[in-house]
Design a protein around this ligand. Sequence first.
Ligand code: GLN
Length: 492
Amino acid sequence: MTDLTSLTIADARSKLRAKEFSATELTEAFIGNVEGGDALNAWCEKTSDLAREQAQTADARLAEGDAPSLCGIPLGIKDLFCTNGIRSQAGSNILEDFKPPYESTVTSNLWADGAVMLGKLSMDEFAMGSSNETACYGPVINPWRRKGDDTKLTPGGSSGGSSAALAASMAMATTGTDTGGSIRQPAAFTGTVGLKPTWGRVSRWGIVAFASSLDQAGPFTRTVRDSAIMLQSMASVDEKDSTSADIAVPDYEAALTGDVKGKRIGIPKEYTVDGMSAEITKFWEEGAEYLRAQGAEIVEISLPHTKYALPAYYIVSPAECSSNLARYDGVRYGKRAELAQGDGITELYEKTRAEGFGDEVKRRIMIGTYVLSAGYYDAYYTRAQKVRRLINRDFEQAFEKVDAILTPTTPSPAFGLGEKSDPLEMYLQDIFTVTVNMAGLPGISIPAGLSSDGLPLGLQLIGKAFDEANLLNTAYALETALDFTAMPEKWW
Ligand code: GLN
């Protein structure tokens, strides 16, 4: 029998229906990999018993011929999604042992479509980070290693558990969230496909909030087709999230014709930065060439405010985080610090927050509180909002001329754990991804090829708002031409 854990969702879907194997067999194969994958530290909660029950239900539905789209497909869920009765800590000690009494809309949609939950996946604390090193569970390790070198590398962040688990065949797809790049950068670092939908396409209800005007959930998958299948289920108009867009969800898979003839693809000249690897530049040029060969027109464009996106993001996102994280006070959720004789409510807040939050989260809360404070608000926050408007306008003008934009996802491949200790250096990871969040647009990272030392590199396609169908189709055409099939060599 073929290795069940290397199948795509699309393959497994038809094989399950053809009774080549059962959902239970498929789930057991993944549970085996999850159990054998502890060295990667990707899971913070395993839900094997629940997975077995859900697989049995899936088998019953398959037998009755009433199988929904994800029937029997084993998934991993980022720890940021609240899952009913199952530990959901957002990678933070302050949510120690928090078991929500409700289910996020995204995960509800996935279960309603028959998916199976293998467990929860580690992430940077409150999704702040680019390497998964701020997780309260310790860093996740990338299954990819440099050729002939056993240095432990980051799987990216903040959705590092999601990227690593998929790349190591411990789930058939995983969920992530992307506030400044946290789906696309980890996808690029692990040779997987990561999609950040348009802000408002996927409900944020039940997802722990980081920066609400930027946060958006999306899937990690092996292929673009699987990404379309997952988005179909995850996306919905949700009355519980007033910012979820009241726009019907189209049939994403049907859009995958591979036809990009006459499409105009923009290449922004501002996306070349110092220290960028020559290899990613080569893949970027090749990617454009592949699309041209399929009948697309390549157009040079300018997004002049790109260089202000990162500084503006690091004002807007801490500002929103400082407000969102004010609710962790030791009273309502998770951790409560031990109090001394005579301590009152102020000490309860202070001690709980001092013990519960990690350094990066504290740094962001302090920056956010500062930029929102009287006297500094206009100089920082208002200014950053104006920059955001200009970034939006850059994209609006570009999309008058082009249908999609092609860029690298990151300037370089995965780096070693502990290699970037300076926060500013870490923030530079997001240079090609944050603009998309600032403008609320959809973006997808697909694997482009391997660097000379054997690590995956990713290309990003950016689409018009709510135009995921065309974005996925362009990505599908590019994926077919790039034909990336490499998998990490198993060492764990
Ligand atoms: N690395 C970015 C940050 O730390 C993005 C995080 C994210 O997208 N969740 O803010």
